[in-house]
Design a protein around this ligand. Structure first.
Ligand code: ADP
Ligand code: MG
Ligand code: MG
Length: 888
């Protein structure tokens, strides 16, 4: 029989799928003997069953009531007992942490009678009414669907009436009055009374948590984080402990290390005389956790103790939610904490040093995406000038954008292509779309664990929070700082690493990590972050099986790629070499009417191309350089058809007939026009019909090799033929290539070894890879074209047109141009690898599409048995790191 409920004493951290992360970790802490208020967890399975059918699964109610009885026995109080009620929290908690995305309801079990009992037994009337008004408010909004602003307004009104600066200044009588107001508001808004029966409160709260799985902000968050929609949430029902019992009580959040930098020490926020939600909600300003050491040294010492225990147990950064009830510490939540990329590298290195994890585990804890983020530029501190405001550096990086004051405006401007900074007093889950749209988030309240900070860090978005000098005026669409008014649309520079905001667009400089890659990796060990990155890179390089090359077309790019650790060039495109001044020569070649004219044009191109190749081969001396023969359709080198036609027509209108050259050009452009150039005369097709082109390019390569050899170099050129469909094409081109190589070799007396291979970028090529391998000395997957032709859509045309709709509908989890589509394109890759190597054992196979620098795709290429990936120079470190992680 299925079981839907587990006591905290029965679960453990390995049961997160069933109990959710929160439930599994509550159980783990319970088993570790940490002070966790007793409770039980309703499984995600129950949630899935409920969401599928709309009704509670059979047996759930009975199981809950059985477990409740146990809680009541332990507590010696019953739910709803009028003279001394047991109170419960009902807390969401999914497999993957979704902070603040779903619902939690506190103080379940209070009613008009029991609130009096609670007042009496606690000896604190204010506390009892405060708890009751919290329940009515949370239940009213979460379970009964009343807009939470309705309650907030009533609260604000009362505070204004009493002249109370915050909720602490409302007394028991005020709070009792507020409860009445809230109850009336609920009746007014829903036509229903606030339910007095504790059992009904509990049941409805559990179902509301189930339903919050499908709430709008939870869905949005899942889509962004690629969390599947069908997991469901668990529900934790837990005995309440009270942080709102007076000044010797309070609630807080803590990290075992700084989640922004990874620095060791105790980080967090504490709020005295408050229930948990207040801490992140920014209702009142929190104090740094250290302050707790002064307020309550004993509880603080205990907390630090438990933090150490947890970090050693989980062998990782933990984040913790706790409450102190009249001096006694209770642990309410822990999990392996989210962290910035910087902190991830720093913590991994430190945990290795502390022998808590192995170097391989350290490598598993960092990521290529994180590394890419650390390579982003930062603001040039020497040039930024005076900061407008300072706040807490909650999520690092540098971002520039126009100030906006609400989520909708952020979304609107971002959709129009503008970069924006979302400025709020504090954020709530309703601000999520705006945070997604913004480059950075700036808040005037809240600490490192505020909603803004946690969510921004999770997204890798720049965030400065708690910038208390600024006063945000969302109605006026502006903020005030010192004597300055900053209106909507004003450009700001937000430095999430330093916690500063600057007016205007501040200049950027390379990050320390980028400088490290740019200079000498094998130099002395530098401190901190750079050292941590260096160690992860070393670990990755030590175990990776995939080679990493770069896509580079110039000596400068080649040299940079080499500094970044590229082991050669996997794709050297030649089309860029035909642009600029050389366009004229290409034009002459295309327009040539006689063999002599064409040969003259090609002969003029030859030395220029040779020089290009000499430079690149020199920069990559000793390492392979895969040069792709010309790929794009020739008309790309001619003027735009419409522009040319308009120019000629305009001239004619002024009585000037077109020049012979223009007429000729227009004729050629018209002749060569293609409806689908992507599927037209390009790649090998061009080489086979444009006489002399391949020969010229190969001659340039061969002569460059000779040049380099004569200069004492070690050139390793490889010739790659693009867009092969069938082995016949490759055979014909290869004959021509070999002939030219032989000629140059003979004429120069220098032997030339230059493998000739092909791109595999059309489905037909992948499916006939066994045949193609007869002629190909290597394969390189061109996954951009292979994705386009496999799916039958052109990236340039469709990404803007319908990809966002496809992502919304869940047809893609991520664009197939970003991450390789394993199921379709990946299948073709696997077929081609298997059949290619069957025909030619040991066939060298790489990939040179942009997927070569995408972490997830790198893992796929590793598993598919490729020899190397090739990506843009800046992605080379990312690919190295992920290739290492793939080999773990
Ligand atoms: P979230 O997933 O959004 O963090 P939680 O379920 O952790 O939501 O609840 C939010 C806060 O409510 C907790 O941090 C804690 O302070 C408070 N809370 C939850 N359960 C209890 C409890 N049993 N006793 C006291 N406070 C609680
Ligand atoms: Mg929590
Ligand atoms: Mg291609």
């Amino acid at each position: 029989m299925v079981r839907y409920v587990y006591d905290f004493t029965e679960g453990g951290r390995d049961m997160a799928g069933l109990l959710g992360g929160k439930g599994a970790n509550l159980a783990e802490m319970t088993r570790m003997g940490l002070p966790v208020p007793p409770g039980f967890t309703v499984t995600t399975e129950a949630c899935r069953a409920f969401l599928a059918t709309g009704t509670e699964p059979d047996g759930l109610a009975r199981e809950i009531s059985e477990h409740l009885t146990v809680l009541e026995q332990v507590a010696g109080r019953r739910l709803g007992q009028p003279d001394d009620p047991l109170l419960l929290s009902v807390r969401s908690g999914a497999r993957f942490s979704m902070p603040g995305m779903m619902e939690t309801i506190l103080d379940i079990g209070l009613g008009d009678d029991s609130v009096l009992g609670l007042a009496k037994t606690s000896g604190n009337e204010r506390f009892a009414w405060d708890s009751y008004r919290r329940l009515v408010q949370m239940f009213g909004s979460t379970v009964m669907g009343v807009d939470s602003s309705v309650f907030e307004q009533a609260m604000t009104q009362l505070k204004d009436l009493r002249g109370a600066p915050d909720d602490l200044h409302l007394d028991a009588g005020d709070l009792a009055q507020l409860v009445e107001t809230y109850k009336n508001l609920i009746k007014h808004e829903t036509g229903e009374d606030f339910p007095q029966l504790p059992a009904e409160q509990l049941r409805r709260a559990v179902l509301a948590v189930f339903e919050s799985w499908n709430g709008e902000r939870a869905r949005l968050y899942r889509r962004r984080e690629h969390i599947p929609d069908d997991l469901g949430t668990a529900v934790n029902v837990q005995t309440m402990v009270f942080g709102n019992l007076g000044p010797d009580s309070g609630s807080g959040v803590a990290f075992t290390r700084d989640p922004a930098t990874g620095a060791r020490g105790v980080y967090g926020d504490y709020l005295s005389n408050a229930q948990g939600e207040d801490v992140v909600a920014g209702i009142r300003n929190t104090v740094p956790l250290d302050e707790l050491g002064r307020l309550n040294p004993e509880a603080f010492a205990q907390l630090r103790d438990h933090m150490r225990t947890l970090e050693t147990h989980y062998r990782d950064l933990c984040d913790i939610e706790f409450t102190i009830e009249r001096g006694k510490l209770w642990m309410l939540q822990t999990r392996v904490g989210k962290r910035t990329a910087e902190a991830a590298f720093a913590i991994a290195a430190e945990l290795v040093d502390e022998d808590l994890i192995t170097p391989d585990e350290g490598l598993a804890r960092v990521s290529g995406d994180g590394l890419a983020r650390l390579m982003f530029p930062r603001f040039d501190t020497a040039a930024v000038g005076q900061a407008l405001a300072h706040g807490i550096p909650a999520s690092p990086g540098a971002a520039v954008g126009a100030a906006v004051f609400d989520s909708a405006e952020a979304v609107r401007r971002a959709a129009a292509g503008e970069k924006v900074v979302l400025v709020r007093q504090e954020t709530t889950p309703d601000d999520l779309p705006g945070m997604v749209a913004a480059q950075a988030v700036l808040t005037s309240r809240g600490g490192k664990t505020s909603h803004a900070a946690v969510v921004a860090r999770g997204m890798g978005k720049v965030c400065v929070c708690g910038a208390e000098e600024i006063t945000v005026d969302p109605q006026g669409r502006r903020f005030l700082v010192g004597g300055t008014v900053v209106e909507e649309g004003t450009v700001l520079s937000v430095d999430g690493s330093e916690g500063a905001v600057y007016p205007g667009a501040a200049p950027l400089v390379d990050s320390a990590v980028m400088r490290y890659f740019e200079t000498d990796e094998r130099g002395e060990r530098s401190a901190g972050l750079v050292d941590a990155v260096a160690r992860a890179m070393q670990q990755a390089d030590g175990i990776r099986r995939l080679g990493v090359r770069a896509n580079a077309d110039t000596p400068e790019d080649a040299a940079r790629a080499r500094r970044f650790g590229a082991e050669g060039i996997g794709l050297c495109r030649t089309e860029h070499m035909f642009l600029g001044d050389r366009r004229q020569l290409v034009e002459a070649m295309i327009l040539a009417r006689t063999d002599t004219e064409r040969e003259r044009a090609l002969a003029a191109l030859l030395p220029l191309q040779r020089q290009d190749f000499v430079g690149i081969l020199e920069a990559m001396d000793g390492l392979p350089v895969t040069i792709r023969l010309l790929d794009p359709p020739l008309h790309e080198f001619l003027p735009d058809r419409t522009e040319l036609a308009v120019r000629i027509a305009a001239a004619e209108a002024h009585g000037n007939p077109p020049s012979a050259h223009d007429a000729e050009l227009l004729d050629a452009v018209n002749r060569m026009h293609e409806e689908n150039p992507m599927l037209g005369l390009r790649g090998v097709r061009l080489g086979l019909v444009a006489p002399g082109l391949v020969a010229m390019q190969v001659r340039a390569i061969a002569e460059a090799v000779v040049d380099r050899k004569r200069a004492g170099g070690d050139p390793q050129a490889e010739i790659m033929v693009p867009l092969i469909d069938t082995v016949e094409e490759l055979r014909l081109v290869r004959e021509e290539v070999e002939q030219v190589l032989a000629e140059v070799s003979k004429a120069s007396g220098v032997p030339i070894q230059c493998p000739v291979g092909t791109m595999i970028e059309l489905p037909r090529a992948a499916l006939t890879a066994g045949r193609i391998a007869e002629e190909a000395q290597f394969f390189s997957f061109g996954t951009n074209d292979l994705t386009q032709t496999t799916w039958g859509f052109s990236r340039d045309d469709v990404e803007a047109a319908f990809f966002s709709a496809y992502l919304d509908k869940g047809i893609f989890k991520v664009s197939p141009f970003e991450t390789i589509d394993r199921e379709g394109v990946g299948r073709l890759v696997e077929i081609a690898v298997a059949e290619g190597r069957a025909a030619r054992p040991g066939l060298k196979i790489g990939v040179c599409g942009e997927h070569g620098g995408d972490p997830d795709s790198v893992h796929f290429f590793h598993a598919a048995g490729l020899d190397y990936v090739s990506c843009s120079p800046f992605r080379v470190p990312v690919a190295r790191l992920e290739a290492g992680r793939a080999a773990l």
